[in-house]
Design a protein around this ligand. Structure first.
Ligand code: NAD
Length: 288
């Protein structure tokens, strides 16, 4: 399988609507499915909003918007959406049993050439694949939020992923205007593992009084051309989210690099979770 024409996206939430949008913009026929009533309608509304924004920035024409929307159809049943598809990309909640149940259900329904991709940000692809009758067709396609703007896609291959599946999703990611990287199925993949190591070290430096939060962030922004410093980024992601990932990676990789700094655990216990609550490493006057 090299030529992916029909893409079924399961889950129309934060990630799923964006994945459906970029697949449709790449020229694929897209089926967007969600089991929650109203979710596909709100996913479609978000896609429309993204496209309107792109028109205003001069990135998309009105004709391209209409053509993109015309390629997307909606379903409330993932099984119906997956029949005859070339690729399923699941973007349902981050629970292993939920994702396993979905792939167990879809594997016998999709054509023999079809690929089953998961947008998981932390679960082992091999464990999700184990639920499918043909685990070789299961692969990770890890998009970043917001999908229509972020360039990176981590293609995560488990031991049994076939080279054909890998090559097909690499080609699709490129057609979506993304930059794919290929990563072995390992905790935190490439992006979370490296990003978190930097973030946790920045927190330890803050704790030790090496510099202020602002100056630690400036060191990376001005010294290394990072678009944003690691502490500010932690405020945007959510301190609770980063703490959970740190605990998972410390246990999964057995490395002290991922031991959560005291300051992180303390701020989380005080409810200072970052931008979403108005305070984390910084004070935020404007809330999302
Ligand atoms: P979300 O909660 O915004 O959306 C999930 C959607 O899945 C919901 O609309 C829900 O109704 C639907 N759903 C749940 N079970 C379903 C089922 N069995 N069949 C069909 N639809 C079902 O979640 P999200 O933030 O888009 O995250 C989805 C996945 O993407 C997770 O695995 C997450 O870890 C990963 N991810 C999230 C981000 C992010 O920044 N939010 C970034 C990268 C990866």
């Amino acid at each position: 399988m090299t030529d992916i024409r029909t893409v079924t996206v399961v889950g129309a939430g934060t990630m799923g609507h964006g994945i459906a949008q970029v697949a449709a913009q790449a020229g694929c026929t897209v089926r967007l499915a969600d089991s929650l009533p109203g979710a596909v309608a709100s996913g479609l509304a978000r896609i429309r909003g993204n496209l309107e924004g792109a028109i205003q920035r001069g990135k998309v024409t009105a004709e391209a918007r209409d053509a993109t929307l015309a390629r997307i159809s909606v379903f409330d049943d993932p099984v119906a959406a997956a029949r005859g598809t070339d690729l399923v990309i699941e973007a349902i909640p981050e629970q292993l049993t939920l994702k396993q149940a979905l792939f167990r259900e879809l594997d016998p329904v999709v054509p023999s050439h079809a690929i089953l991709a998961t947008n998981t940000s932390s679960l082992a692809i091999g464990q999700i694949a184990a639920a499918a009758t043909t685990p070789g067709r299961v692969i990770g396609m890890h998009f970043f939020n917001p999908v229509h703007l972020m360039k990176l896609v981590e293609i995560v291959v488990h031991e049994g992923s076939t080279p054909a599946a890998r090559d097909a999703v690499i080609a699709l990611a490129r057609a979506m205007g993304k930059e794919p990287i290929v990563v072995k199925d390992s905790p935190g993949f490439a992006s979370s593992r490296l990003g978190l190591a930097l973030g946790l070290e920045a927190m330890r430096m803050l704790e030790a009084g090496v510099a202020s939060a602002e100056d630690i962030d400036k060191a990376m922004v001005l010294g290394y051309n990072h678009p944003m410093g690691p502490l500010r980024l932690t405020d945007l992601v959510g301190l609770d989210v980063r703490l959970a990932i740190a605990r998972y990676l410390e246990q999964a990789l057995g490395s002290p690099v991922f031991r959560a700094p005291e300051i992180l655990a303390r701020l989380v216990s005080e409810g200072k979770l970052g931008k979403k609550v108005g305070e984390g490493f910084y004070h935020w006057t404007e809330r999302p």
